[in-house]
Every structure is written in structure tokens, then in C-alpha cells.
Ligand binder design. Structure first.
Ligand code: NAP
Length: 253
């Protein structure tokens, strides 16, 4: 489905990452992929994981360093010449902001969470758009804590609300270039980032009990939805928040 298509995936930390499950789905569909990692400590991990993917590019990119973002897209221009899709699967807030009350959020914690988890979507979309010369698809990852109060999610919920609103504004700006922008609202999955949220295990249990499908979602199910959003099968969809959460969000109690 994605033969001769080029994409970039931000946010593979390890094999549990939602970004990695997404990469596997996109790779199996035939796409050629570039990956970014944040900081030298993740370089080996990402290189090892991608070593069997033919033609995979692995590039350093911390989104708070504009020069790394610029260098990433310059390399894509040189190596791929064009970009068809971009997957944004990154988020960060200092651990101490993900417990206790939102009321106590520090200025620094707020700015960091919003910069890395929300502003970065507009930042990479702006850099990607000139390479999406045949149209394109941009997909990010959000969570229900953007819509409703989830204990301990705190400033990350506010950052995800900004990410979801950014999705709509970017979709409006980029639609005339046939670039679609959507976000997937994934149910809780036990990843490195998720473990930073205090009381994650009881959240997983609660979701599995309440969700109509009576289980938690798997990373690959999120990856498969990202594949759909990156493919022509979703050509009429833009600006949407698509829940992939075993139906949890439809329940009142
Ligand atoms: P993950 O494997 O820990 O992935 C998060 C990624 O963000 C990591 O690769 C991390 O790199 C990267 N990142 C953090 N700061 C960065 C920066 N300054 N520049 C570039 N990359 C940076 O966790 P995940 O659960 O798969 O998270 C992926 C996305 O899914 C996030 O947007 C998350 O909010 C969202 N999501 C997760 C869940 C869940 O329950 N797991 C549910 C809904 C949505 P480092 O490891 O170096 O920090």
C-alpha cells in the first residue's frame, strides 16, 4: 500500500514505543522510513531496532534544538527528495509534574511540556510541508486526558489539548497543499513515557474493566490506525482526533 512512499517517525525510544509499532506497520506496507532519536543514549537502541529495515535512515533530533530539526529535514531532502508522511510520537513533562495536583504546576514544567509535546507538532509540520510535494499525511499521538480530567496526567493533559487544537489549525492551513493532519487518541499502553505517570498500573486496570472491548489497546492497533491515516484509504479525513482506545471514551461511567 505504501510502496515508493517516504516517511519519518519521531519518537522511537525502544521496542515498546508506540512509534515502533507504527514503524513496523508502515514498513510492512512497503514504505521507506527515517527515524529520529533524542540524545546519544538512544542512538544504539534505534540503530539496532532498525538494522533489518532496508534503507532506514537514523538521525539525531531533539525538538528543542532547532538546528537538529533543520538538519533532519535537510538530510531527508538529500536522501529521499520528497516526504509522504510524518509520525509525531513524542511527549515529555518532568516527572514531578505527573503526580499530585495540576494546581501546583511550575512555570518551567508547563513550558517544557507544552514545548516538547505540542509546539513541536507545528515545528516539524512547518519543516515537512515543503517536502510534501505530492501531498502528505501528518499523524500525532494524543490521550483522553486532553478532554477529561485524568488523575496525575495534569500538565500533560493541557499539552495534549494544545496538540489536538494544533491538529485542527494545521489541518486548516495545510489542506490546500493536500497535506492532511490527524491525531490518534490512544488508550493507555505500558511504555517508558507512560511509566512516568504516577499510578499507571491502576489506570490500565481501570481502562480494561470499563472499555466496551474489556481490554487495553495494543500498540500495534495504534500503529495500524497510523498506517490507515498515512495511506490513501483515509484521503478524505483531516483535522480529526481518532480514538483507538477499545471504546473507553464513549462510556459515561
Ligand atoms: P515512549 O516510547 O517513551 O516515546 C516517547 C518518545 O518521545 C521517546 O522516544 C522520547 O525520547 C521522545 N522525546 C521526549 N522528549 C523529546 C525531545 N525533546 N525531542 C525529541 N523526542 C523526544 O512512549 P510512548 O508511550 O510510545 O509515547 C509516544 C506518544 O504517544 C507520546 O506523544 C505519548 O504522549 C502518546 N501516548 C501514549 C500513551 C500511552 O499510554 N503510552 C497513550 C496515549 C498517547 P526520550 O526517551 O529520549 O525522552
Amino acid at each position: 500500500m505504501l510502496q515508493n512512499k517516504f516517511g519519518i517517525i519521531f519518537g522511537v525510544a525502544n521496542k515498546r514505543s508506540i512509534a515502533w509499532a507504527t514503524a513496523e506497520a508502515l514498513h510492512e506496507a512497503g514504505a521507506r522510513l527515517a527515524f529520529t532519536y533524542q540524545g546519544e543514549r538512544l542512538k544504539d537502541n534505534v540503530e539496532k531496532l532498525t538494522s533489518e529495515m532496508k534503507g532506514a535512515l537514523v538521525l539525531p533530533c531533539d525538538v528543542v534544538k532547532q538546528e537538529e530539526v533543520d538538519a533532519t529535514f535537510e538530510r531527508l531532502r538529500q536522501e529521499f527528495g520528497r516526504l509522504d508522511f510524518l509520525v509525531h510520537s513524542i511527549a515529555f513533562a518532568p516527572k514531578e509534574e505527573l503526580e499530585g495536583e495540576f494546581l501546583d504546576t511550575t512555570r518551567e514544567g508547563f513550558l517544557t511540556a507544552l514545548e516538547i509535546s505540542a509546539y513541536s507538532l507545528a515545528q516539524v509540520a512547518r519543516a515537512a510541508a515543503p517536502l510534501m510535494t505530492e501531498g502528505g499525511s501528518i499523524v500525532s499521538m494524543t490521550y483522553y486526558g486532553a478532554e477529561k480530567v485524568v488523575p496525575n496526567y495534569n500538565v500533560m493533559g493541557v499539552a495534549k489539548a494544545a496538540l489536538e487544537a494544533s491538529t485542527r489549525y494545521l489541518a486548516s492551513d495545510l489542506g490546500k497543499r493536500n497535506i492532511r493532519v490527524n491525531t490518534i487518541s490512544a488508550g493507555p499502553i505500558n511504555t517508558l513515557s507512560a511509566r512516568a505517570v504516577s499510578n499507571m498500573s491502576s489506570m490500565l486496570k481501570h481502562h480494561a474493566e470499563r472499555a466496551p472491548l474489556r481490554r487495553n489497546v495494543e500498540a500495534r492497533e495504534v500503529g495500524n490506525t497510523a498506517l490507515f491515516l498515512c495511506s490513501p484509504l483515509s484521503s478524505g479525513i483531516t483535522g480529526e482526533v481518532i480514538h483507538v482506545d477499545c471504546g473507553y471514551n464513549i462510556m459515561a461511567v
